[in-house]
Design a protein around this ligand. Structure first.
Ligand SMILES: Nc1ncnc2c1ncn2[C@@H]1O[C@H](COP(=O)(O)OP(=O)(O)OP(=O)(O)O)[C@@H](O)[C@H]1O
Ligand SMILES: [Mg+2]
Length: 224
């Protein structure tokens, strides 16, 4: 899978948390991300980083503007096409969102297990665990792993569909700095091997500085 290029044109997103109240989370943001690059999104709390990732991941829709990911114009997708699109991208979150009752390998395989014709999914999940440095840990429960190891499991799970784009929201936010640095190393290595595009929202300067490019947001706008 080659990485998807990502392009936002004048994208705005407003939330209405209460009647009569409007929060402009993104205000006419334009951004062009090269296929296969790793881009850090930085900015103060509330500046719109997560909102931008949610829109690019089609977990939410923009009020205005256009978002193009690879060949897809997200604003023109039907519900069904949005679901199909989400299967072509990977998500990594601050809280790893692993299922505590499933073994590590089943956590990685979980997104594809309910689908028919997925007979090879468990071997693929094991191969991904090897790729993220967790060979031999497949049969334990996530609670037996450290935070950094749990995040590696989440990254392996995000790669199961061979995504063209990975969206990571504060992937090192729950980790100490050395463990966080190892997670960034892992993402950079995986990008080199697989060529996917990665967008990573982070408060951590040392994480941002290792990315190919830094995009700064403030009050829902790109700055600098
Ligand atoms: N579901 C929602 N309902 C109402 N307001 C929201 C919602 N999600 C985000 N917002 C508001 O939109 C703005 C942008 O939030 P967002 O979560 O994108 O910021 P962020 O840059 O990710 O912040 P942080 O660094 O704290 O994660 C904030 O003012 C936030 O309060
Ligand atoms: Mg956020």
């Amino acid at each position: 899978m080659t990485g998807f290029a990502v392009r936002l044109d004048e994208v705005s997103k407003r939330y209405r948390p209460a009647p009569g109240q409007v929060v402009t989370a993104l205000d006419r943001v334009s951004l062009s991300v090269e296929a296969g690059s790793v881009v850090a999104l930085v900015g103060p709390s509330g500046s719109g980083k997560s909102t931008l990732l949610h829109l690019v991941g089609a977990m939410d829709t923009a009020d205005e503007g256009r978002i193009r990911v690879g060949e897809r114009e997200l604003t023109e997708l039907s519900r069904r096409d949005q679901t199909a699109y989400r299967r072509t991208i990977g998500f990594v979150f601050q809280r790893f969102h692993l299922l505590p009752a499933l073994t590590v390998v089943d956590n990685v395989a979980a997104p594809l297990l309910p689908r028919r014709g997925a007979a090879d999914v468990v071997p693929r999940a094991r191969a991904l665990l090897d790729a993220v440095g967790l060979d031999g840990k497949g049969d334990v429960l996530p609670s037996r792993l450290s935070g950094g190891e749990q995040q590696r499991v989440a990254i392996a799970r995000a790669l199961l569909s061979d995504p063209g784009l990975v969206l990571a929201d504060e992937p090192t936010g729950n980790l100490d700095s050395a463990t966080g640095a190892a997670i960034v190393d892992l993402l950079l290595r995986l990008r080199k091997e697989r060529g996917m595009t990665i967008l990573v929202a982070t408060h951590d300067r040392s994480v941002a500085e290792r990315c190919d490019r830094i995009v700064r947001l403030a009050d829902g706008r790109t700055v600098g």
